[in-house]
Design a protein around this ligand. Structure first.
Ligand SMILES: [Fe+2]
Ligand SMILES: [Fe+2]
Length: 242
């Protein structure tokens, strides 16, 4: 496997690996700055592929921060391999994630972030948003780069296949189709619809992101507020009436 690297926003690189066994892309995002930040580590077994992608952008040993949304193998399976090769690297995750899982799993202590906390990494500023159960997991959170208005949105806007790196047209349609197609599949009920889901999606839309950095499928450049509002409506419609 080989990673494709694309700059989707200023100094924001999408490192994408299509995995034929899953039939989907696994996308990591590197923000190049004084304190480089990697969103998602990728799978443990994909570490060499992801590492090569990062190496094409920066010296991997200089990585300073590793963030992810929730504890799953594609989000943080290679965490300890990254901590081993980057001696200054520290994990950024939710308070719940640190308390419940990461403090024990990780070879170095994580930094637990509270909701709304900002981590400046140079010219870029990452705001952490605690989003429990969105896209899924008690520990879930998302990062928003305030400097270039990019929302690192993990599994939101999931699109299967191997689509283009950056779309300026519709990704809500394919993402909605994927939710609908998954309802009766073996991985069904991945996203719970809770009393907090609508408010969380409205909060994300209110950020007015210009770029949506998606973990599986095309990233999006355009009206992020509209896309998040439309995805929120689709989630409510398809998952809110079990
Ligand atoms: Fe996930
Ligand atoms: Fe994922």
């Amino acid at each position: 496997m080989q990673a494709d690297v694309t700059e989707i926003a200023p100094d924001t690189f999408r490192i994408s690996t299509f995995h034929p066994d899953f039939g989907i892309q696994f996308n990591q995002f590197l923000i190049r700055d004084e304190e480089p930040f990697l969103m998602h580590t990728g799978f443990r077994r994909m570490f060499d592929t992801t590492l090569a992608g990062v190496r094409s952008i920066i010296d991997p040993s200089q990585l300073r921060w590793i963030g992810f949304s929730h504890f799953e193998s594609d989000e943080c399976g290679a965490l300890n391999q990254w901590l081993a090769i980057a001696p200054r690297a520290q994990t950024l995750c939710s308070f719940v994630g640190a308390t419940v899982t990461v403090s024990d799993f990780a070879d170095r202590a994580p930094r637990a972030l509270s909701d709304g906390e900002v981590v400046p990494i140079g010219r870029h500023r990452l705001r952490f948003l605690a989003t429990p159960q969105v896209p899924h997991g008690w520990d879930a959170g998302l990062f928003y780069d305030e400097a270039v208005q990019t929302l690192l949105c993990s599994d939101l806007f999931f699109q299967p296949g191997d689509p283009t790196a950056l779309s300026e047209s519709d990704i809500v349609g394919p993402a909605t189709d994927a939710i609908r197609a998954g309802i009766d599949g073996p991985l069904a009920k991945d996203m719970p619809y809770t009393p907090h889901t609508d408010a969380t999606m409205r909060r994300l839309a209110a950020l007015k992101p210009r770029t949506l950095a998606t973990m599986h499928g095309s990233s999006f450049r355009g009206d992020g507020e509209k896309a998040l509002a439309e995805l929120g409506a689709a989630i409510r419609e398809l998952l809110g009436k079990a």
